[in-house]
Design a protein around this ligand. Structure first.
Ligand code: PLP
Length: 430
């Protein structure tokens, strides 16, 4: 039954229907998206927006790219789903791509449906590996993660996350997680002991405000791995899959230093280009602990999901998209350096995961800001959407995030820069 066949539905706006029937767990902005093409999204009123949110780093090739539509149609008319009780060719090919082209290291891949599930998998790998290698009596099961991290909303992902606002009201938390300040090597060392199974962190904290991990933090994690025989695991859900201009976020930000390679990695978001998918990789020496019966997912790695993901990843690999990401970052940084807007304190991040950090003292001078009761990031995201029709995402209270499609063009980037700059000049005339 769709909206047209039910008179009650058709008399209600999308917002009214949503408020009546959908769980109110999201603070939604008041536009209803209807169609999309490339970097453009159109709402129900016909208003077009330049989409630099891209489903929060999901739509790697923009909206409805031809390669995805074709893969959906081709595979959709052949075989959509079959159980993991059977061999699935596309799943095996996709795993091969992730091992050979992305990781470029021997390992094995597991497929699931979301980021938080991928992290659940990492946590299980770390614990099972310790249990198998050291025995249950060793109690080597703790996972050290970072403050301001975001690892998802399931019970494990939430416990791993280093943000109280995500956990509030959901106690008791799953045990076995310790949180340390990001980029604080001494705190990391102090938190690790013989009970530590793994260290888990993001190469760039996206939700936490677009902060990049320092070489010193990586180096300390590597030393602790050697000393305590633990795993290093990267949550690549937001910063992976080409976002930094490299397939791997930790390599993309290494800037000339030798990257610290992980023992396990989680992916989601961009891996399916908009088709729901998550996955994790772990090195061959740890993968063997996850034998038959150790883990599973009914929907993980279906023929359809894997065919679509393969089409997306092949397009990124063979169309110069990683180089485009690096080039657009440089173009954006050069343009923003010329702005001299008092509202922008700093441009952080890497590739096309960029955060404009706002100056709260200067924001307080913007007419209407204080009365709005909004955080600087929400206020600016709202103003960008309403006044110049540019979609962006808040990251914490002070940062506006850009996560455009990885194949965004020069003209589209120039357009977004222009819209942003125009808005800043309107809010803060000099
Ligand atoms: C770094 C990181 N990890 C995990 C997640 C959770 O992913 P999902 O919403 O697909 O469960 C997110 C989502 O924003 C994320 O950015």
């Amino acid at each position: 039954m769709d909206g047209k066949s039910n008179p009650v539905f058709s008399s209600l706006s999308t917002q009214e229907l949503t408020e009546r029937y959908v769980l109110g767990n999201y603070g939604r902005f008041p536009i209803a998206c209807e169609s999309g093409e490339g970097v453009w999204i159109t709402d129900e009123s016909g208003q077009r927006y330049l989409d630099f949110a891209a489903g929060v780093a999901v739509c790697a090739l923009g909206h409805c790219p031809e390669v995805m539509v074709k893969a959906l149609s081709d595979q959709g008319s052949r075989l959509i789903h079959c159980s993991n009780l059977y061999q699935i060719r596309k799943q095996a090919e996709l795993a091969g791509f992730l091992v050979e082209n992305v990781m470029k290291r021997p390992g094995k891949v597991f497929f699931c449906n979301s980021g938080t599930e991928a992290n659940e998998g990492l946590i299980k790998v770390a614990r099972k590996r310790s249990w198998t290698k050291f025995g249950p009596e060793a109690g080597k099961s703790t996972i050290v993660t970072c403050l301001h991290s975001f690892h998802g909303r399931t019970l494990g992902g939430m416990a791993a996350t280093g943000q109280d606002k995500i956990k509030k009201g959901f106690d008791p938390m799953a045990p076995g997680f310790i949180h340390v300040p990001y980029n604080d090597p001494a705190a990391l060392r102090a938190a690790v002991d013989q009970h530590t199974a793994a260290i888990l962190f993001e190469a760039i904290q996206g939700e936490g405000g677009v902060h990049v991990a320092s070489p010193e933090f990586f180096a300390e994690a590597a030393r602790l791995r050697d000393e305590f025989d633990l795993l290093i695991m990267y949550d690549e859900i937001q910063c992976g899959m080409g976002r930094t201009g490299d397939w791997c976020g930790w390599r993309g930000i290494s800037g000339g230093t030798t990257p610290v390679e992980p023992d396990a990695v989680s992916w989601a978001k961009g891996i399916g280009g908009g088709f729901p998918m998550g996955a994790f990789w772990t090195a061959d020496e740890h993968a063997s602990v996850m034998g038959p019966g150790s883990h599973g997912s009914t929907f993980g790695g279906t023929p359809l999901a894997c065919a679509v993901s393969l089409a997306v990843l092949n397009e990124i690999e063979h169309s110069g998209i990683l180089a485009n990401v690096r080039r657009q970052e440089t173009r954006i940084r050069e343009a923003v350096a010329q702005w001299e807007s008092p509202l922008i304190q700093e441009l952080r991040g890497a590739g096309l995961l960029l955060g404009f950090a706002l100056d709260p003292a200067q924001m307080a001078k913007v007419e209407g800001f204080t009365e709005s009761g909004q955080t600087p990031s929400i206020y600016l995201v709202n103003a960008l959407r309403n006044q110049v029709h540019l979609l962006t995402v808040p990251a914490g209270e002070q940062v506006v995030r850009w996560l455009p499609p990885l194949n965004v063009t020069d003209d589209e980037v120039d357009d977004a820069l222009d819209r942003f700059h125009t808005l800043l000049s309107t809010l803060f005339p000099r």
